[in-house]
Design a protein around this ligand. Structure first.
Ligand SMILES: [Ca+2]
Length: 270
């Protein structure tokens, strides 16, 4: 950890945001580091925003690896409309009731009926006590497993549920994610206002996996001129294959379907 010799103006001593998404596996880790806490008790708040410019369906757990202690308070937020509006995705705190007025819950305790609940978890906020615990997760897999069974052995059941429930599809879809870091790790003792340089956020890796939302009308999604776009089939068009091509309005546009499983229905524009 660089502490006093950090300097954003000197390349050898800088910790820019790109170091959260470079190739990992290096020793030591490369990491982004925020400014230090300057004016306690005024909170040190930092927003990290990730934008894809395209709707993405998340397929794996989001894993954020901290180089500093994990924050004592943070919120993961999502947008479905390119950052115009934001909704909380999950709250994280050492004390959920105290920080957000919410009971602490674990993603593992969700049920099929409560899968869309936005929870506050205390699973990932213990900072300095457990030094080896560096990651914060948003759990996609345990939510999928509510429909696809343990180890996702019944994907057909998961797909049919996704097919028929728009709220569930949208829950796992984002165009942007925002991490609102609200209070850094301070360790077991109270904040030392005379030594604020030791409180900051540092992240070495962001692991976010998903696929382009193409409404089951494309096999490929390509990056062209800095823009992600589905390679639409079935006479559809648009960044997400969300409408029918000119001259193919014989019936209203409909998303492709996983049903009947396993063959599915293309719902071609005619
Ligand atoms: Ca890194």
């Amino acid at each position: 950890m660089c502490n006093n010799e950090c300097d954003a103006r000197t390349p050898e001593l800088a910790h820019p945001p790109e170091l959260m998404v470079d190739d990992e596996g290096r020793v030591p880790n490369t990491f982004w580091q925020s400014v230090s806490w300057r004016q306690f008790p005024e909170p040190l708040v930092v927003n990290l925003t990730l934008s894809w410019g395209k709707s993405i369906e998340l397929t794996e757990d989001i894993v954020i690896t901290f180089e500093s202690g994990r924050p004592e308070q943070m919120v993961l937020e999502k947008s479905l409309d390119h950052g115009h509006t934001w909704q909380p995705y999950q709250f994280y705190a050492v004390d959920c009731l105290n920080s957000f007025g919410m009971e602490s819950r674990r993603a593992q305790d969700l049920t099929a009926a409560s899968v869309l609940d936005i929870i506050c978890t205390e699973e990932y906020s213990r900072g300095y006590v457990w030094k080896l615990e560096k990651t914060v997760r948003f759990e996609i897999q345990v939510r999928f497993a509510l429909f696809g069974g343990p180890r996702l052995s019944d994907m057909a059941s998961l797909y049919s549920r996704l097919d028929t429930t728009k709220e569930l599809r949208d829950f796992f879809t984002v165009t942007d994610l925002r991490l609102r870091l609200l209070r850094p790790a301070t360790g077991p003792t109270s904040v030392d206002p005379l030594n604020l340089s030791k409180y900051f956020y540092a992240i070495s890796n962001l692991d976010i996996r998903g696929r382009c939302r193409c409404h089951l009308h494309a096999n490929n999604c390509i990056l062209e001129n800095g823009r992600l776009s589905c390679q639409c089939e079935h006479n559809t068009t648009g960044q997400d294959c969300g409408s029918c091509n000119d001259g193919f309005h014989g019936r209203p546009w409909t998303a492709g379907s996983y049903l009947p499983i396993p063959k599915g229905t293309a719902n071609v524009c005619e």
